[in-house]
Design a binder for this molecule. Structure first.
Ligand code: GDP
Length: 605
């Protein structure tokens, strides 16, 4: 059927390309979207981080208006009906736009701060775009930060840059060239859009100020031209439904609704649709199709227009029964014939299983649960950069069986016996069950908050374990007796020593390697310049008191050992293991070298 549809399509009828904005945090992604849409939702976002879903349709007229002054741009050139821009920038929404393994995002804007160049999430975005084979343009944003830059959003950016004073132009050139090198280091060739003669070789860059509007017309014009020239095959409208669920939301009076991006094809009320649910495929019938007016956005204003039928590309809200368990980030299928139903149900089921099993997990790690596949992927990507391993993942509300799975970590590594629940509910009953099992559940709607609470918990655990093990941790040290400072020769031995190497801690057992490793006792106090201290460092001269705690006859200075003998802390296999597990960073490199030396001296293998 798809082949028929493809044959029937005509390049004259193009649909709107679906656009996503990606890039590092604070590069100006939200500002860029705002400026393209000319609304201002940025100030209202939670913590400045946008995590809601929705899309904005920017009609051709709005594009034409914006591109009026762009050199070489004429209104007649615009064949696409507009842009469909995903409102939430970032990985999550990009990753949610999937259908049968490929991306529904047609074109992306990768925002790079011209003052910062390539940053960690720029790299992540590039990787994601390349993996999904999505074409993109780089917005070299914040050009207004160049020293002496004079803004004029009405002008063509390339001409306008040439009219800046010499120093501004020089700074632009320097920063631009630096970024070209940074991209080259990643194996990517970039060049200013007007100089790009080969889009297969080079990615175009457009200088912009999302804040002031400079260059935004140029970037829009570039996307129009590029998509019409190179993506017309993909954008040719066909009667085959390509639709993905972006968000599942419960609304007062409407019940659970889904926001979908219909990229291609037609949706009608009374269509039978098949969706992926957390408990298996969902088959339901479209009751109503709601759409926001152009250049307005679902969540800003909730006045909907009702539609009997819509054609892609559009972002719409669908009302139907049984949507509660629907999983966002996966396709919506329309069932045209009854004999298709079973195949589509299997498809819907496989989509989720395939996505979940393809995620690589570690044997030991936290349990991660999220509301959508996109948010799950974004969270996992983030955990990877934070070096937090995960052993299992799931989509949807946290159930008892999730807790049970997370509880298996108690036997392996108890700090991982926890669930990071992102934007999903946890019933009280499940929470109580988790408390009984000893599984911690962290809940948040912002990825960073989830990470924060996990790291805080991990730090608490670490400190607790240190406290529990402190008495077992023996720090390595090597002491030289100062023969002129022997204050008491036998129990307690009180004498002056120089810490030749390592750290001398109160509570450390001291022994004499050169005398069959006889144990003198335990350091019960350390005095430095008549002050009591807990630790003496390498090079310090201190007075120590060593109590006989061996249960054997006390050792006598002058008979059992002399100032010729080096004293060392009595480390053991166990104490070394404890240090490695809980006090690794308390010991310097030299300290660890001393551990190796003492192991040899004391015959520890
Ligand atoms: P996001 O995290 O990538 O979405 O970045 P935002 O759009 O929230 O922008 C981060 C900060 O940079 C905000 O304070 C913006 O006002 C500012 N900003 C964004 N674009 C520009 C720009 O073109 N020029 C300047 N000077 N500031 C900008």
């Amino acid at each position: 059927r798809r082949a028929d549809a493809l044959a029937a399509k005509s390049d004259d009828v193009l649909r709107s390309p679906v656009l996503c904005v990606l890039g590092h945090v604070d590069t100006g992604k939200t500002k860029m979207l705002d400026t393209i849409r000319r609304t201002n939702v940025q100030l209202g976002e939670a913590g400045g981080i946008t995590q809601q879903l929705g899309a904005t349709r920017v009609p051709a007229e709005a594009i034409i208006q914006r591109c009026g002054r762009v050199k070489g741009f004429t209104p007649e050139k615009v064949k696409i009906p507009g842009f469909l821009i995903i409102d939430t920038p970032g990985h999550e929404s990009f990753a949610n736009l999937r259908s049968r393994g490929s991306s529904l995002c047609d074109f992306a804007i990768l925002v790079v701060d011209i003052m910062h160049g390539i940053e960690p999430q720029t790299l992540e975005s590039i990787k994601l775009l390349i993996k999904r084979k999505t074409p993109f343009v780089v917005a070299l944003n914040k050009v207004d930060r160049l020293y002496g830059y004079e803004s004029n959003p009405q002008k063509d950016i390339y001409q306008h840059l040439k009219s800046q004073n010499m120093n501004t132009q020089l700074e632009f050139k320097e920063r631009y060239e630096k970024i070209v090198v940074e991209f080259a280091e990643q194996g990517i060739n970039v060049i200013l859009a007007p100089d790009n003669k080969d889009v297969n070789e080079y990615i175009s860059m457009v200088p912009t100020s999302a804040q002031l509007g400079d260059g935004v017309g140029n970037i829009m014009a570039y996307i129009v031209e590029h998509s019409q020239k190179y993506l017309s095959d993909r954008l040719g409208y066909i009667e085959d439904v390509d639709c993905t669920v972006m968000e599942v939301r419960s609304l007062p009076g409407l019940g659970t609704t889904i926001d979908v991006i219909l990229v291609n094809g037609t949706l009608k009320t009374s269509d039978i649709i098949v969706l992926t649910g957390t408990d298996g495929p969902i088959v339901t019938q479209i009751r109503d199709i709601l759409m926001p007016a152009p250049l307005r956005e679902i969540r800003v204003k909730a006045d909907y227009e009702h539609y009997k039928e819509i054609k892609g590309s559009q972002s719409v809200k669908i009302l139907a029964k049984n949507l509660d368990k629907c999983v966002a980030g996966l396709p919506l299928f329309v069932c045209n014939r009854t004999d298709e139903l079973e195949i589509l149900k299997k498809d819907a089921h496989d989509q989720l299983q395939k996505a979940l099993t393809s995620i690589k997990k570690k044997a030991e790690g936290v349990y991660v649960q999220a509301s959508t596949l996109g948010s799950l992927e974004a969270l996992l990507e983030f955990l990877k950069t934070q070096k937090i391993p995960y052993s299992n993942v799931n989509i949807g509300p946290v159930h008892k069986k999730d807790v049970q799975k997370a509880a298996t970590m108690l036997e392996h590594n108890s700090e991982f016996a926890c669930i990071l629940a992102f934007d999903v509910p946890v019933d009280r009953e499940v929470q109580q069950f988790a408390d009984r099992e000893g599984v911690r559940i962290f809940q948040a709607n912002i990825i960073y908050h989830l990470e924060d609470s996990f790291l805080k918990y991990r730090e608490e655990l670490r400190l607790k374990r240190r406290r529990e093990n402190e008495h077992l941790a023996v720090f390595p040290c090597k002491l030289q007796i100062m023969p002129q400072n022997i204050f008491n020769a036998r129990n307690p031995i009180v004498c002056g020593v120089v810490v030749v190497a390592g750290q001398l801690k109160k509570g450390t057992q001291i022994c004499v390697p050169s005398k069959d490793s006889i144990v003198l006792g335990t350091v019960s106090s350390i005095e430095r310049n008549h002050d009591n201290v807990d630790v003496a460092k390498t090079g310090e001269e201190v007075c120590v008191k060593i109590d006989n705690t061996t249960g054997e006859a006390p050792k006598l200075y002058g008979r059992h050992f002399t100032s010729e003998d080096i004293l060392v802390s009595r480390i053991t296999r166990e104490s070394i293991d404890v240090c490695k597990a809980h006090f690794r960073d308390d010991l310097s490199k030299a300290d660890w070298q001393l551990v190796v030396e003492l192991k040899r001296l004391l015959g520890i293998f």
